[in-house]
Write a protein that binds this ligand. Structure first.
Ligand code: ATP
Ligand code: MG
Length: 591
């Protein structure tokens, strides 16, 4: 079972205490410091290499923050954004644009934007070199036969009957593969390593396969495409990446990574990459080092592009940027800030230990960021009318509220007040439970920024539903008067019923109702764990100063939570707010 990291408390986690703790000190950064100190490298060059077959998710944020973060921390460092587009058919230019936008939104800039497909000609020449060196051969076995020959963890594989073809025959066949003479699946080019290797990845892995599929960048120029293990390491070498950071599942592939890098030996074979020089791409190949770290897994979430795509394609959510999705664009639309995501990643650190992060830790990060960054507003989501009977009919006034209780630089705003205000239905109880400190018959409560009101009368409809509470306002307790200090236990928020603006409020919650939706040991598919309560749309009332928000502006709605004006749908005359997170963790008690 992966180890769960729990939040320190239900409150937001505390900030690092000493300045030294601010600088991340994980094993990868230590390797880099050592490499710089020893003179092995003069600077650090990394890359983030997504496959454009879906939008980025919260797991990718870890790889982004690590690669771009390191490039920023070490003098002279840089990070490329490389689209790993070796798998045509599943990849889409829409995703390319989305990936670029998401990386920028997270706050990072790439040194260069590269595509693995920029290097197709180099990969091809390198394959010819391997054949000439007797290190690669064309195999006629089909996929099933290759599998049968591969052996198992306990049994060695067997050599393919085609393994000992002559260099000339291999060159001829490979050139004809490239010319499009063979059908999909009929031939592969394989590295000639060792069919008895304990590490199955070294049992003559495929380098090229025939696939007559149009590529989004290279069109129909290539009927053959390189395999990931071959293309990835050579791309790193071509871009002079010093530290190639990837997730743990590639640990067993590292010997193969090194094998290709060493046997192709790009630095000593400029004829292989001359096409890049001719195309004006700066190229100075070097030998990269692969280092693995553990993936980010988040409870109550899915971090697989395939499954995220399924959620969209089967209509379980509205789109890739649905605020319930833990894609970066979904989180953004939901109102998670880039700073809160960077904070999460920083707080988790980098190690080789697999773990599942409690979603509450992530929520804690966004609360912490927005507590400092979000101005306060008042909104009522489940309205009950409160009438102040000792104010004259039509009474209106304008009050001034600070925008932030802890930070004067946020300034203040005016909030209209009137004889009739909306309060939250659950801030009134006709039969109050024990310890209830809000409004009850005959009881008193402070109306935030106004004064103390006393409940004199409860008005009900024919069904016995409370539809209004009638109160009197103690004039001595008005805000700013000496009597304002009079103690009452509760303070509630409100919105003027005359001036409030109706708003569409989308109350979001976790997409899955169990911590490990992927765990199918209970016989249920992950789809069955979708939380039906993850989206609820209601109409509430907000003060005008909230309705005037720009899209993507965040607020704390007092006593309710953090909200954001929807990036796409919010309008001044039709305000739309998404709930990012409640003020307190409401899941701790459930779990
Ligand atoms: P998926 O399984 O969702 O398709 P992937 O690893 O195939 O993910 P890529 O587009 O190949 O997706 O990933 C780009 C980079 O992001 C890789 O270096 C990969 O290791 C890293 N990455 C992907 N998922 C995570 C994760 N959960 N935590 C950390 N890094 C990740
Ligand atoms: Mg991948």
């Amino acid at each position: 079972m992966p180890r769960a990291i729990r939040p320190m408390s239900n409150e937001t986690p505390s900030a690092p205490s000493s300045p030294a703790a601010d600088a991340p000190r994980d094993f990868i950064r230590q390797i880099i410091r050592d490499d710089l100190a020893s003179g092995k490298h003069a600077s650090t060059r990394t890359r983030f290499p997504p496959e454009p077959n879906g939008y980025l998710h919260i797991g990718h944020a870890k790889a982004i923050c690590l690669n771009f973060g390191i490039a920023r921390e070490f003098a002279g460092g840089w990070c490329n954004l490389r689209l790993d587009d070796t798998n045509p058919g599943k990849e889409d230019p829409e995703f390319v644009e989305g990936i670029k936008e998401d990386v920028r939104w997270l706050g990072y800039a790439w040194h260069e934007l590269r595509h693995a497909s920029d290097y197709f000609e180099v990969f091809y020449r390198a394959a010819i070199k391997l054949i000439e060196d007797g290190k690669a051969y064309v195999d006629d076995l089909n996929a099933d036969e290759v599998r049968a020959y591969r052996g198992t963890l306990t049994e060695p594989g067997r050599n393919s009957p085609y393994r000992d073809r002559s260099v000339e025959e291999n060159l001829d066949l490979f050139r004809r593969m490239r010319a499009g003479e063979f059908e999909d699946g009929s031939k592969t080019l394989r590295a000639k390593i060792d069919m008895a290797a304990g590490n199955i990845n070294l049992r003559d892995p495929a380098i090229y396969r025939v696939r007559k599929v149009t590529h989004q960048n290279t069109g129909d120029a290539w009927p053959i495409y390189p395999m990931y293990d071959y293309a990835h390491c050579l791309s790193d070498a071509l871009e002079s990446i010093t530290h190639s950071l990837c997730t743990l599942e590639f640990e067993d592939h590292r010997p193969l990574y090194d094998w290709f890098v060493d046997h192709v030996d790009l630095p000593n074979h400029p004829e292989l990459w001359q096409p890049l020089v001719d195309a004006g791409l700066e190229t100075k190949p070097s030998k990269p080092r692969q280092i693995e770290f553990s993936r980010l897994n988040l409870s109550y979430s899915i971090t697989s592009k395939r499954k995220l795509a399924q959620l969209v394609n089967e209509g379980h959510v509205d789109s890739w940027d649905d605020p319930r999705m833990n894609t970066l664009r979904g989180l953004r639309r939901r109102g998670f800030t880039a700073a809160s995501i960077r904070l999460l990643i920083e707080r988790l650190g980098v190690s080789k230990q697999n773990s599942v992060i409690d979603y509450a830790v992530f929520e804690g990060c966004v609360r912490e960021d927005l507590d400092a960054a979000a101005p306060r507003r008042m909104a009522v989501l489940d309205p009950l009318k409160l009438v102040i009977t000792n104010l004259p009919e039509g009474h209106e006034e304008v009050l001034t509220f600070p925008n932030h209780p802890k930070d004067e630089s946020f300034g203040s705003r005016t909030v209209p007040f009137s004889r009739e205000v909306w309060i939250e239905r659950d801030d009134f109880a006709e039969v109050p439970p024990k310890g209830f400190h809000r409004l009850k018959p005959e009881g008193e409560v402070r109306l935030r920024g106004v004064g103390i009101v006393k409940c004199e009368e409860v008005v009900k409809d024919a069904d016995g539903q409370v539809i209004e509470v009638h109160c009197t306002l103690d004039p001595e307790s008005r805000h700013g008067l000496p009597g304002a200090d009079r103690k009452v236990k509760g303070t509630i928020h409100w919105v003027s019923a005359v001036h409030g603006v109706a708003a569409e409020v989308r109350l979001y919650d976790r997409l899955f109702s169990v911590p490990a939706p992927d765990d199918e040991s209970d016989g249920k598919s992950w789809i069955e764990h979708i939380n039906p309560e993850a989206k609820r749309v209601i109409t509430g009332w907000v003060e005008r100063a909230a309705a005037l928000a720009e899209p993507e502006q965040h607020f704390q709605f007092e006593r309710l939570g953090y909200f954001v004006a929807d990036r796409l749908d919010h309008r001044e005359h039709h305000p739309v707010f998404n709930r990012v997170v409640t003020l307190r963790d409401t899941w701790a008690a459930k779990g």
